[in-house]
Design a protein around this ligand. Structure first.
Ligand SMILES: [Zn+2]
Length: 374
């Protein structure tokens, strides 16, 4: 069994909320986090036709890339099609969760999926935006309890250094204390000064694991009042996140050929090419799913000469050309790759965490509002 809140907890380890841009209405959108998920639907957009599909498929949870509730509702009058859609979702007990710009920045998330589809090599982050902080915990236990403590901390994920796990440092010392009235000491007597041979156990872990690691420590610490120190480290070794990706094409191609390749890779009827030099060779390619136009200075800084992004504005296209950059606008709907990529990922998590009786499936509808007429 898996509840919506369990899924969210797992998902947000992968794409933490703090990666989202300010004001992006990500997260739980409709329904209850206490609901059990049996049948989950992955979609790019939550549209009335997708909700119909969900009802027909007896879905109880929708995972969407684009937030279903993007602009605040001013009322809940269901004559409005958007409100009617919310009402349908609630009436059928379909919970909705959205991961938008946090999924764009996640490692192994949206922009990596898009880069993979274009077979880019040596993929790097286009614009770094957050580095996970590293924490250190030191705790003091009687020497006989040190091994149990180390095991518990490692089981909670502490002590991962590159390819190494269960890393820790321990040293021996003396702990001193005097239990007062009301204390129920594990070692020692009331009002008698005590000296205990203790071990100080130190571990490091990413900030996201803080609660889990502390809970593990408290669960095996024998003392009534566990002594511990928790530090923020300045080590710049935490996982780096960022928006967009840059990489090199797998084979030598001109910009026009790469545009053709992109069209085929995303199975599109057409796309928009912004270039003054279609016969120039592609050096490096930047990709940022939807509406990435404003990031073109970062693309130049990363020495890419082609920028693949949706929703390029007319004037931004002029600016890119003037800066010597070419762009390929395959449309925002290329992000529907979320359907093909998220389903197997969630299935993996379900297997690893032993979530029973849950099926993840992709919406079979296209939510692209645009049609090309040749
Ligand atoms: Zn988008």
């Amino acid at each position: 069994m898996v509840k919506v809140k369990d899924f969210i907890q797992r998902f947000e380890q992968f794409a933490p909320r703090y990666l989202a841009e300010n004001g992006d209405p990500i997260g739980m959108q409709l329904g209850s986090t206490e609901q059990t998920i049996h049948r989950a639907l992955v979609t790019l957009d939550v549209r009335p036709e997708v909700v119909k599909e969900a009802i027909a498929k007896k879905i109880d949870f929708i995972f969407a890339h684009h937030p279903a509730v993007f602009r605040p509702a001013k009322n809940l009058v269901t004559d409005d099609p958007q409100n009617a859609m919310y009402a349908e979702l609630l009436r059928h007990h379909i919970a909705v969760y959205a991961a938008h710009t946090n999924l764009d920045s996640a490692n192994g998330g949206m922009n990596d999926w898009l880069a993979e589809q274009l077979q880019l090599q040596n993929v790097q982050i286009l614009q770094p935006n957050y580095r996970r902080q590293i924490m250190k915990l030191a705790t003091y236990v009687p020497q006989a309890n040190a091994a149990t403590m180390r095991q518990a901390l490692a089981a909670a994920g502490a002590g991962q250094l590159g390819d190494y796990t269960a890393a820790s440092f321990s040293y021996a010392g003396t702990g001193r204390f005097t239990p007062g009235t009301g204390a129920q000491p594990f070692i020692g007597q009331i009002d008698q000064a005590e000296a205990v041979a203790e071990t100080k156990v130190e571990v490091v872990f990413p900030e996201d694991l803080t609660n889990k690691v502390l809970a593990a420590m408290f669960s095996v610490h024998p003392y009534e009042e566990p002594a511990y120190d928790l530090f923020h480290l300045d080590n710049k070794t935490g996982e780096q996140f960022g928006i967009g990706r840059v990489g090199e094409p797998q084979q030598q191609m001109t910009i026009r050929e790469f545009a053709e390749f992109t069209r085929a890779a995303f199975d599109l009827h057409g796309l928009r090419l912004v270039t003054q030099k279609p016969d120039e060779l592609v050096q490096r390619v930047a990709i940022l799913g939807g509406d990435g136009g404003k990031f073109y200075p970062a693309v130049l800084q990363q020495h890419a000469n082609v920028f693949v992004t949706g929703d390029v504005y007319y004037h931004t296209a002029h600016d890119m050309l003037a800066a010597g950059l070419s762009a390929i606008d395959p449309g925002h709907h290329v992000e529907s790759i979320v359907k093909a990529k998220a389903v197997p990922l969630f299935e993996q998590w379900a297997q690893a965490a032993d979530w029973h009786d849950v099926t993840f499936m992709a919406s079979t509808l296209s939510t692209d509002p645009f049609t090309f007429i040749n």
